[in-house]
Design a protein around this ligand. Structure first.
Ligand SMILES: Nc1ncnc2c1ncn2[C@@H]1O[C@H](COP(=O)(O)OP(=O)(O)OP(=O)(O)O)[C@@H](O)[C@H]1O
Length: 337
């Protein structure tokens, strides 16, 4: 495999959310943990991975979990621990959702697994978004895994392990990466802010952690975007930059609807959609994560949950977001009449 291929192979596919201006150093890369010990918030996973490496007994691995929580980071850290400075030539990163399809992925795996080894018993292939493969493509992948199991270890990454066929799951040690705790996100944000000499208020930090919702990539990107203003990073900047509603706005919207004041509730929704620039799906997500923090009776909370489920499904199916959200608020207003 060429150097160019290698460079492409080891690049992480990051860059969503509020990223830095072009040409600036990208903090999610600058602060990507180099070693497993530096990975925040997944102590048990890290210790199991370390023991595989210490015992020189790395199985195929399946990392499942949401975006931005350290799956790619952990895979790269494993390679750096095993191969040191040689990690780039012994680690291939591929994205399974690559438009070019499973055949190209398989060819690259074959070329990589067949090329000469610099004194190591095996190489590591990291396949991101493995759950985007169809069942047939996964069956083909399973055969490839078997074919090269003597001299390669696979690390598959996915959002949902349930979308990975059983024959692959049963050949892997499965690790579930959960969304990072608020403490883990806050710790990393604080460290980066200190390193970059950025002043961040306590409320600004809380807002960053809230907006990140367990996604470290989003937290770091938001911090970098907020820092480009050159001012103290406070709550207002964070909510603006991340296009996130304040928890109190979401709560007021729900409470007004439940109190029967549909117009007021709808006006808040309108502000979130038009002024704050939120997508309907994001409002649904925020509603969903806040339901049990609202001051609602169990009955109200259950009803709201049901409506959130309906609206979420319809929006995912392509229904008009504003109509769905207004209908959700309307049903809450009617229910208490
Ligand atoms: N647990 C963590 N500890 C420290 N930094 C982290 C952690 N998780 C993510 N990051 C930061 O976020 C960035 C993105 O993380 P990573 O690429 O590991 O996400 P991922 O879980 O593989 O997500 P995706 O499924 O979208 O590929 C990293 O470069 C790193 O800066």
């Amino acid at each position: 495999m060429s150097e160019a291929d290698d460079a492409e192979a080891t690049e992480a596919g990051d860059g969503d959310d509020a990223g830095p201006a072009p040409g600036r150093e990208v903090w999610i890369e600058k602060y990507r943990p180099e070693t497993l010990e530096d990975v925040y918030g997944h102590e048990q996973i890290v210790s199991r991975l370390q023991s595989y490496i210490e015992q020189d007994d790395l199985p195929h691995l399946l990392f499942a979990g949401p975006a931005g929580v350290g799956k790619t980071t952990s895979a790269v850290a494993i390679a750096k621990t095993i191969y040191g400075d040689d990690w780039r030539t012994n680690f291939l990163e591929l994205n399974a959702s690559d438009q070019r399809g499973i055949d190209v992925v398989r060819d690259r795996i074959k070329n990589f697994a067949r090329s000469s080894f610099g004194g190591y018993d095996y190489r590591v292939i990291f396949l991101d978004e493995a759950d985007s493969l169809t069942d047939d493509a996964q069956s083909a992948l399973r055969r490839t895994m078997e074919q090269f199991s003597d001299n390669t270890r696979f690390i598959l990454s996915c959002n949902y392990s349930s979308k990975i066929i059983d024959p692959i799951q049963s050949r892997c040690a499965v690790f579930r990466f959960s969304p990072l705790s608020d403490e883990a996100v806050a710790a990393q944000v604080r460290d980066i802010a200190a390193d970059q000499d950025i002043e961040i208020t306590d409320e600004g930090l809380d807002a960053l952690v809230y907006a990140a919702d367990g996604d470290m990539r989003r937290a770091i990107n938001s911090l970098q975007a907020a820092a480009t203003t050159g001012e103290v990073v406070d709550e207002e900047t964070v909510y603006e930059i991340t296009a996130t509603a304040r928890p109190e706005e979401i709560e007021a919207m729900v409470e007004d609807a439940l109190a029967g004041d549909f117009s007021k509730s709808r006006a808040t929704l309108d502000t979130l959609l038009t002024e704050t620039g939120m997508a309907g799906g994001d409002i649904i997500d925020q509603l969903h994560r806040s339901v049990w923090e609202f001051d609602l009776s169990d009955r109200e909370a259950v009803r709201l949950m049901e409506r959130i489920g309906d609206a979420d499904f319809r929006i995912t199916e392509g229904a008009n977001e504003q109509v769905q959200l207004e209908a959700l608020l309307a049903s809450l207003a009617l229910a208490n009449e």
